[in-house]
Design a binder for this molecule. Structure first.
Ligand code: C2E
Ligand code: CA
Ligand code: CA
Length: 787
């Protein structure tokens, strides 16, 4: 559910980025428009200011020209100092900072050039150089020569130069108007250099101070020219004022076809422009920065756009990161929670429901049963011989087997049912709506047949193993899940003790048995720690001579309340609980000690000791126990015989052969106990290196009665002879049985006919008596019950 929201967050983030981008563009456009308007407005104001300042300056300039006209009319041929004095009077330097030079130009007739040059002109021009004398001859009949200059500090005045050819000079006299001319490349005229920036305003002066109406009359009334050289840079800079981003161009069309242009400030190509005509011939163009750079141009719109885009992108990413980060965190949390929940409720190895979940499911099943009056069943499944696989092939193989079993179990139940693992090789199946006990039994049968199929282990050899299972079934309503599970467990125990590879339905009386067993187990644990065990000894006779040749040590438990308990009652329990290992070690030591005691008393008896499967299989080495018992007691090894049941040896013949070999190497004797019940394969008899076959008493009991059993007995005896193995018949109770065995050639025997298991003192007495008494008498003597 959490995972499904991830695309949603992506969509939200994308929407936010898109909306943000749209807003940014809109804002940038609006700002650009406003800025453009503002810019246009600002430019308009600035440009108007520039134009107005410029026109003011030009107006001032005109005033000065007019004022100069009056001066020249009064003083038609002033000297330079007179001119300078006048300029000072009109405060020209202060009021006209752009003014670079003021100059009077006179028409000097060719005939008077010498006087002009010699200072004999009306007012001698003191500073005039002799170069005037070198002027070329002219067709006009006069020269146009500077006669006085104001601002004498300014160098480069066109003094001594004939200016008549200057277009502006000529045209101004005839037109009667001031003519402005540009001084191209610093050339005012005729190559004469003039410092500063270059606009010369040439104004004709006529007699009477006015401009005559016709060209002819103007030529007649002409007095002189006043030339004012102005630094346009100063004018333009003044006009621009504090608008350094503006450019201004002054254009003067003097009618000659080539406009006079002066530029100042920073003209921007593609910028805003304002063009205004000031007075005749003068045009001002103000340029400014572009009204706005558009959205992408320099300035705030692009900043707004970029910032807005970046911010919305950042916001989108942030939301995505936060949201998905949170999503991720939530996802992780829920994932981990699920994992933990799964771990808490499932078995790590098989992934099956574990005990906790099983209990929960049983509770639910019981609740359902209470509501609907249906039935629920619990099956306890326990593998037979799992431990062997684990011990023989290792834990990895054991795990593999468990996983295979888990898969088979899961496959054997319906989806509505539960298969789980309690631990070890114990599994549980909950059959939710077992309508009848038969329902659970059908499931149990199916499980048994599925588990019976061989399993290929994951070892290098790919060993095939065949494991069986025991199943305990509890069906019906209980107060709690524990009760139902406990009953299934009790039924399982019954299945195990009644031979395994089967299922057993729980019956109420099993409960008492189980409780008794539990009580016994508790007592047994106490008993092992205290001195509650003792041994009885049953004599073994040579059947040919009827001589006592040995004894079998048989364990008894002196229970403080229940009296003496037989081994059949507690040995299986001691095996299950593992108590048998320590107990068996004690038996071995005690029996060896007893044998040595009897030897000391002159009775050289073979001591036969029972070894249980669990003891034989135990990790605590039986071989070591044997060596210790022999060493501690001082008994010769060939006086000790160990009895191991045929069923145990055949369960794992190969491994048994190895272990038996190790025991044989100690020098002791070995017997196969309960022979005939464990389906020995003859081929193993040789490998087992055993000395004695103890023929099971079930065969002996029927000896002579049934021809089949008798035939079997005879066959076993002959088999022993063929393999060189002694035969010993146990449970001889009747004379007829003894005679039959003797006839068959059986080597030795034991049974109530000879003697019951008895205390060591009684046995010693019997041993003494049998030595001293003839064989027939011995039999009658021993017929008295002993224990
Ligand atoms: P088992 O090894 O077959 O021992 C022989 C059992 O047969 C003994 O029972 C013995 O009392 C009984 N018996 C002897 N003669 C006759 C007879 O003529 N007729 C009948 N009906 N029974 C006879 P017990 O002493 O109760 O032992 C039972 C089983 O307990 C033994 O069977 C043996 O497997 C096991 N056991 C006894 N002592 C030990 C022990 O020290 N260690 C281990 N691991 N197992 C023991
Ligand atoms: Ca035995
Ligand atoms: Ca036996």
């Amino acid at each position: 559910m959490v995972q499904r929201r991830y695309p949603l967050w992506v969509a939200v983030a994308a929407a936010i980025v898109m909306i943000g981008a749209a807003c940014s563009i809109a804002a940038a456009l609006a700002i650009a428009r406003t800025e453009a308007k503002d810019s246009q407005g600002r430019f308009g104001v600035s440009a108007a200011g520039v134009v107005s300042r410029l026109s003011q300056t030009i107006q001032n300039e005109n005033d000065l020209v007019i004022s100069a006209g009056g001066f020249a009319d009064r003083e038609p041929d002033p000297t330079s100092s007179q001119l300078a004095a006048w300029l000072a009077t009109v405060q020209a330097p202060q009021r006209y900072p752009e003014l670079q030079q003021v100059m009077i130009i006179q028409k000097v007739p060719v005939g008077r050039l010498a006087d002009f040059a010699a200072g004999r002109w009306s007012h001698p021009a003191a500073a005039l150089p002799d170069s005037t004398l070198a002027l070329p001859p002219t067709a006009r009949g006069y020269y146009c020569l500077a006669s006085a200059t104001g601002y004498p500090g300014i160098s480069g005045s066109p003094v001594g130069v004939d200016l008549c050819a200057n277009e502006a000079v000529a045209r101004s006299r005839d037109s009667g108007r001031a003519v402005t001319t540009r001084i191209t490349g610093g050339q005012w005229a005729d190559g004469t250099l003039l410092a500063g920036t270059p606009l010369a305003v040439v104004t004709p002066i006529y007699r009477g101070g006015y401009v005559p109406g016709s060209v002819t009359s103007r030529q007649e009334a002409f007095v002189c020219w006043i030339v004012m050289t102005i630094n346009t840079q100063v004018i333009l800079n003044e006009a621009i004022g504090n608008h350094p981003d503006l450019g201004v161009t002054l254009r003067y069309d003097n009618g000659s076809g080539t406009p006079v242009v002066a530029s100042g400030g920073v003209a921007v190509v593609g910028g805003q422009t304002l063009t205004t005509s000031l007075s005749t011939g003068l045009t001002v163009t103000v340029t400014g920065p572009p009204d706005a750079g558009g959205v992408l141009g320099p300035g705030s719109p692009v900043v707004v756009l970029v910032t807005g885009l970046a911010a919305s992108l950042l916001l989108g990413v942030l939301i995505l990161v936060l949201a998905t980060g949170r999503e991720r965190a939530l996802r992780l949390v829920s994932q981990k929670t699920d994992e933990l929940a799964h771990l808490a409720l499932h078995d790590a190895l098989t992934g099956m429901p574990n005990r906790a979940l099983i209990v929960d499911r049983v509770d639910h099943a019981l609740a359902r049963v209470r509501r609907s009056r249906g039935t629920a069943a619990v099956l306890f499944v326990d593998l037979d011989g799992f431990k062997k696989v684990n011990d023989t092939f290792g834990h990895a193989a054991g795990d593999h087997l468990l996983c295979t079993v888990a898969a088979r179990l899961t496959g054997a139940v319906r989806a509505s049912d539960t298969a789980g693992r309690l631990g070890g090789d114990e599994f549980v199946v909950i059959v939710e709506d077992a309508t009848a006990e038969s329902g659970a039994e059908i499931v149990a049968e199916r499980i048994l047949s599925r588990l019976a199929e061989p399993v290929q282990l994951n070892d290098a050899a790919g060993t095939l193993v065949r494991t069986r299972a025991s199943i305990g079934i509890a069906v019906g309503l209980r107060d709690s899940s524990e009760d139902l599970l406990r009953d299934a467990d009790i039924a399982l125990y019954a299945a195990k003790t009644s031979g395994k590879d089967r299922f057993v339905l729980f019956a109420p009386q099993m409960h008492e048995v189980a409780q008794a067993r539990l009580a016994l187990e508790t007592d047994l644990r106490v008993a092992v720690g205290t001195d509650q065990f003792f041994l009885l000894y049953q004599p073994i006779f040579d059947l040919r001579t009827e001589e006592m040749i040995g004894v079998e040590a048989l364990l008894r438990w002196q229970h403080p309340e229940r009296g003496v308990i037989a081994p059949d009652q507690f040995i299986p329990l001691a095996e299950e609980t593992g108590l048998i290992v320590g107990l068996g070690r004690w038996v071995l030591g005690e029996a060896c000690r007893q044998a040595v005691t009897w030897q000391a008393h002159g009775h050289n008896l073979m001591m036969s000791v029972n070894v249980s499967s669990r003891q034989f299989d135990s990790d605590v080495d039986i071989v070591a126990d044997v060596r210790t018992a022999l060493a501690d007691s001082g008994l010769e090894a060939d006086r000790l015989m160990l009895e191991i049941t045929e069923s145990r040896l055949m369960r794992d013949a190969e491994q048994s052969a190895v272990k038996l070999g190790a025991l044989k190497d100690c020098g002791i004797r070995l017997a196969i106990d309960d022979f005939g019940t464990g389906y020995s394969s003859l081929s193993y008899l040789q490998q087992f290196r055993v000395d004695v076959l103890k023929i099971d008493r079930s065969f002996v009991a029927s000896a002579g009665d049934s021809t089949v059993a008798s035939a079997l007995l005879r066959t076993v005896v002959q088999l022993g002879k063929a393999f060189g193995i002694e035969t010993l018949a146990e449970g001889i109770e009747e004379e007829a049985q003894l005679r039959f065995l003797q006839r068959a050639g059986c080597d030795s025997g034991q049974g109530f006919l000879f003697a019951k298991p008895m205390a060591p003192e009684s046995l010693e007495e019997l041993a003494i008596r049998t030595k001293a008494t003839p064989r027939k008498t011995m039999l009658s003597l021993t017929r008295a019950p002993a224990s």
